[in-house]
Design a protein around this ligand. Structure first.
Ligand code: AHG
Ligand code: MN
Ligand code: MN
Length: 320
């Protein structure tokens, strides 16, 4: 029987105790993320009622219509993480440029996040999420975000679904916590998550098939002729969470319209790739190169991604 008394706060502190020289800074950073996620979760629950619903009549740097919950989530994260004093710099899908919080001047870390992933699903009450990726501060400029995926020191996501879950790794295993609404605690529900070696699900937006390259088309055709079933929610967090639990492959390939695919490397693809690798899976780009080895050059850079169970990614790699 898994322990029921292990909650996220205690888990974070027990991880910190494994490092005698730890200053507690990462623990404060992670618990400020927990606080932010709890506030967002409570508002997601009310989205339909509290007039957060609907559009904020704005578009972000991605040219996407910003839904009010995107803006709200971004504001919560910026305020709570800035006030924590642990983050020297913040990059967000909803901010054109990196910001340097006044209170973060001594912060040891920098963070990139997607405050609300799956925006188009807000108004139809389908699972949405938050994704984050943490690095150590080095030069104290935007360049600190361009150090490559293997330099992430922590990555995680929250998923606001039938229940709210918080999944994260600091490189010492992948663990998931489920919010107990009555106590307000994130209780350990998915200890030491391991992705199945193989699965029977592929998760692609097949409407983009005509624009894919031949390798990708051949890969999908092989999956379909091998009896795989299709699931695609349109929220990366939900599609990746299911892939971690059930196995298979999630992909957002490049196509003729978007040469680098749609998903952003810093706050969607890098964190999810670290998470999938930590669970024993693989994450590669359209050429089959390891995602985490990429060194980005822009904050909002996009990259094609294929991630999931070893068997399904190796099948992709074997396609000529
Ligand atoms: P966001 O809402 O943060 O912009 O992310 C949406 C992303 C990702 O969550 C999802 O996998 C993908 O968009 C779905 O794109 P399509 O609707 O083009 O399939
Ligand atoms: Mn997103
Ligand atoms: Mn988003």
């Amino acid at each position: 029987m898994p322990e029921i008394g292990m909650d996220l706060n205690r888990f974070i502190l027990e991880e910190e105790r494994k490092f005698p020289s730890a200053t507690g800074s990462l623990s404060i950073a992670l618990t400020s993320l927990e606080t932010s996620v709890k506030i967002i979760a409570s508002h997601v629950r009310m989205a339909g009622l509290a007039e957060i619903f609907g559009k904020a009549q704005k578009t972000n740097i991605q040219g996407e219509e910003v839904q009010k919950l995107d803006e709200f989530s971004n504001n919560v994260l910026v305020r709570v993480l800035s006030d924590s004093g642990q983050f020297y710099a913040i990059a967000s899908e909803e901010l054109d440029d990196v910001i340097y919080p006044e209170k973060g001047k001594d912060g040891k870390y920098i963070i990139a996040f997607d405050p609300l992933d799956g925006s188009t699903n807000i108004e139809v009450n389908i699972s949405i999420g938050t994704i984050f990726s943490i690095y150590k501060r080095s030069k104290g400029t935007d360049a600190d975000f361009m150090c490559g995926g293997t330099n992430q020191i922590a990555a995680g996501y929250a998923m606001y679904g039938s229940s709210s879950v918080f999944v994260y790794t600091t490189g010492m295993g992948l663990n998931g916590f489920t919010l107990d609404p009555s106590s307000g605690l994130f209780l350990l529900s998915h200890p030491s998550m391991r992705i199945p070696e193989s699965g029977k699900i592929y998760s692609f937006n097949e409407s983009n098939y005509p624009g894919w390259d031949d390798k990708t088309k051949k890969y999908l055709d092989t999956l379909k002729s091998s009896g795989y079933t299709q699931r695609f929610i349109g929220t990366m967090v939900a599609d990746v969470h299911r892939t971690l639990l059930k196995g298979g492959v999630f992909a957002y390939p490049s196509d003729k319209k978007s040469k680098n695919g749609k998903l952003r490397i810093l706050y969607e693809v890098f964190p999810m790739s670290m998470i999938v690798e930590e669970s024993g899976g693989l994450a590669v780009d359209g050429k089959g190169d390891r995602i985490l080895d990429i060194v980005p050059t822009e904050i909002h850079q996009r990259v094609p991604v294929f991630l999931g169970s070893r068997a399904e990614i190796e099948m992709f790699l074997s396609i000529q």
